[in-house]
Design a protein around this ligand. Structure first.
Ligand code: ME8
Length: 515
C-alpha cells in the first residue's frame, strides 16, 4: 500500500433532498479519490450527512415529523445519490453515529483541558439557514431594511448562556499557518478572503446551545448541546478513528467543500485542532457554486433539479464528465440540458467514444483478435508520444486539482488520434496494404488504452467498459500501467479474441425535460 490519502467532502444537511450542488461536490471528490488510487495512494474517502442543529429541528417541526426520523429518511437519499453517481466512498458517516458522539466529546474535553472553553452569556445574531453566528458589523441590509447575513439569509437575535471557545487566542497562530502554508486554503481568492477576515480580528465563538437538545451533549454540562459546527467538523476525525483508533489517515490531505463554508474549515476547524493538540489537515479547497442557466438554484424559482433525474436522463458518466469538464474547478459554473448535450456529444460520444467504437469494432469484425506488429511508420510513434503527453498532462493537472484543464489536456490526445485515423485511413488499407493496416490499428489500440486509463477517474463506467473490451485487467489500470509497452505483447500473445464492442459513450438527444 502507498502513502495514505484522506479526502473528505462536506457533510450535507439532510433537511431536504440532495440537489445538483451536492452531486457536483461528491463527483469532484470521487474523481480525485479515484485518481489518487491510480497514483498508488492508500485512499480513504469520506462523505455523509450533518444531522444536528436548529435547521434540522425547525424543518422537522414544520413537517410534523420527529427530527431523528427526518434525518434518517433524508440521509438515506443522500447515500442513494452517492451510490447512483458511482461515488466510491469508504464511509458514509452520519453525525448521529455512536462513534461520532465519542469523538466529538473527546475533542471537546481536549479543548477544555487546554483552557479554551468558558461559560458566558451569548447575545448576538444567528442565521439558522447558515447555522452561523455573525458580528453586527458583518450584516447587510435586505429589502425593507431587514438584517441579513453576508450570505443573504435571515438572522435572529439570540441570547442564552453558552460555552465559548477562545477563538481570539488563535488569530496569530492562524495567520502564521496561512503564511507558512500557502496551500492550506485554495483557491487563492478564498485564501485572500480568509486572511482579510482573520486579520480583522476574531471574537470568541459560542460553541454550545441550551434552547434545544438535538445535538451532541456537552460533557458534564447538563442542558448544553454542542453548536452544530463543532460536531460537524469533528466528523473528519471520527472517520480517522479519533480518539482511540490508529489515526492512519490523519491528518486529512484534502477537505473538499463549497465556497460558502470556507470560514468554518479554514478558521474554526484549525483553531479547534490547535487547541486540542491534534495535527491540522493539509489542505482545504473551496469549490465554486453550480448555477442553473446562470441563476442561483432555489425552491422559489422552481429550478432545483434532482441529480438522480439528471443522471437518469443523460447517464452517470455524461453528467460526471460535463460537470468536471465545463466548470473551471474553484469557480462558479452553470449547467443546462443543451450545454450537457453539446459538450458530451462533441467530446465523449463523437470524439472519444466513436474513436474507440469504430476502431474496436473494425478489429473485432476483421481480425477477431489484436492486430499484429505490421509495418510501422514514423507517424505511429508521433501519435503514441502525443497520447502519452496528453495523459501526463491530465495527471499533472489533477494532482493540482485543475480538473477541467486536465480533461482539456486529455482531449488533445483524443483529437490527435482522430486526425491520425483520418490520415492513415486504416479501413481502406485492408485491401491495399494489410501490413500497414495492422501497424495503424495496433497504434490505435495502444493509444485508446492509454487514454481510457487516464480518463477512468472521470468516467469510470464507459472507460472501464472500453478497457474490458480490450482485455485490460483491473490491476493494469493505474498510473504505472498507463504507458507500459509490454502490455500489448502480453495481451496479443494470450491470443484471446476481441469481441464486438458496444458503444461506451452513447450520443445524447434533446429535448430532455429535466434541466
Ligand atoms: O454546508 N453548488 O451542508 P449543505 C455547489 N452541513 N456546491 C453547493 C451548492 C451549489 N449550488 N450548494 C451547496 C453544509 N453546495 C454543512 C457542511 S461540513 C463539516 C458541514 C455545497 O448541505 C456546500 O458548499 O448546505 C457544501 O460544501 C455542501 O454542498 C453541503 O452543503
Amino acid at each position: 500500500m502507498g502513502d495514505p490519502f484522506y479526502i473528505t467532502t462536506a457533510i450535507s444537511y439532510p433537511n431536504g433532498k440532495p440537489h445538483i450542488g451536492h452531486a457536483y461536490e461528491a463527483i469532484a471528490a470521487d474523481a480525485i479519490a479515484r485518481f489518487q488510487r491510480q497514483a498508488g495512494r492508500d485512499v480513504r474517502f469520506q462523505t455523509g450527512t450533518d444531522e444536528h442543529g436548529l435547521k434540522m429541528v425547525q424543518t422537522a417541526r414544520d413537517r410534523g415529523v420527529a427530527v431523528a426520523e427526518l434525518a434518517a429518511e433524508m440521509s438515506s437519499l443522500f447515500r442513494a445519490m452517492c451510490d447512483a453517481l458511482h461515488i466510491s466512498y469508504d464511509r458514509f458517516i452520519r453525525t448521529t453515529d455512536a462513534d461520532h458522539y465519542a469523538a466529538s466529546q473527546a475533542i471537546w474535553r481536549a479543548m477544555e483541558a487546554a483552557g479554551d472553553l468558558y461559560l458566558d452569556r451569548y447575545e448576538g445574531w444567528y442565521s439558522v439557514r447558515d447555522e452561523a453566528f455573525y458580528d453586527e458589523k458583518e450584516l447587510v441590509e435586505g429589502e425593507g431594511g431587514a438584517r441579513l447575513s453576508p450570505q443573504g439569509t435571515p438572522v435572529t437575535w439570540t441570547a442564552e448562556e453558552t460555552w465559548f471557545f477562545r477563538l481570539s487566542k488563535y488569530q496569530q497562530p492562524l495567520l502564521d499557518l496561512y503564511a507558512s502554508n500557502p496551500d492550506f486554503i485554495r483557491p487563492e481568492s478564498r485564501r485572500n478572503e480568509i486572511m482579510r477576515f482573520v486579520e480583522g480580528g476574531l471574537s470568541d465563538l459560542s460553541v454550545s446551545r441550551t434552547s434545544f437538545d438535538w445535538g451532541v451533549p456537552v460533557p458534564d454540562s447538563p442542558g448544553h448541546v454542542m453548536y452544530v459546527w463543532v460536531d460537524a467538523l469533528t466528523n473528519y476525525l471520527t472517520g480517522a478513528g479519533y480518539p482511540d483508533g490508529d489515526m492512519t489517515y490523519w491528518p486529512a490531505d484534502l477537505h473538499l467543500i463549497g465556497k460558502d463554508i470556507v470560514r468554518f474549515h479554514a478558521v474554526y476547524w484549525p483553531a479547534f485542532l490547535m487547541s486540542a493538540g491534534i495535527a491540522l489537515p493539509k489542505s482545504v479547497f473551496g469549490h465554486g457554486f453550480l448555477l442553473h442557466r446562470g441563476e442561483k438554484m432555489s425552491k422559489s424559482l422552481g429550478n432545483v433539479v434532482d441529480p438522480a433525474d439528471l443522471a437518469g436522463a443523460f447517464g452517470v458518466d455524461a453528467l460526471r464528465y460535463f460537470l468536471l469538464r465545463e466548470v473551471s474547478f474553484g469557480q462558479d459554473g452553470s449547467y443546462s440540458a443543451e450545454a450537457i448535450v453539446t459538450r458530451v456529444n462533441a467530446e465523449l460520444a463523437n470524439a472519444f467514444g466513436n474513436l474507440a467504437q469504430r476502431t474496436l469494432s473494425f478489429i473485432a469484425k476483421n481480425l477477431g483478435t489484436l492486430p499484429e506488429d505490421g509495418r510501422a511508420e514514423e507517424a505511429d510513434g508521433v501519435l503514441i508520444e502525443e497520447v502519452i503527453v496528453a495523459a501526463a498532462g491530465l495527471k499533472a493537472a489533477f494532482g493540482d486539482l485543475m480538473l477541467s484543464q486536465g480533461i482539456d489536456a486529455w482531449m488533445r490526445g483524443v483529437v490527435a488520434c482522430n486526425q491520425y485515423i483520418d490520415v492513415q485511413a486504416p479501413w481502406s488499407l485492408r485491401k491495399t496494404d494489410p501490413e500497414r493496416m495492422h501497424a495503424v490499428l495496433r497504434t490505435l489500440v495502444r493509444a485508446i488504452r492509454t487514454l481510457a486509463i487516464a480518463i477512468l477517474p472521470v468516467v469510470p463506467t464507459g472507460a472501464g467498459a472500453i478497457l474490458d473490451q480490450l482485455g485490460v485487467g483491473p490491476e493494469e489500470r493505474d498510473h504505472a500501467a498507463i504507458d507500459d509497452e509490454s502490455w500489448y505483447a502480453r495481451r496479443a500473445e494470450s491470443g484471446e479474441p476481441l469481441s464486438s464492442p458496444t458503444p461506451a459513450f452513447p450520443r445524447l438527444e434533446l429535448p430532455v425535460e429535466v434541466a
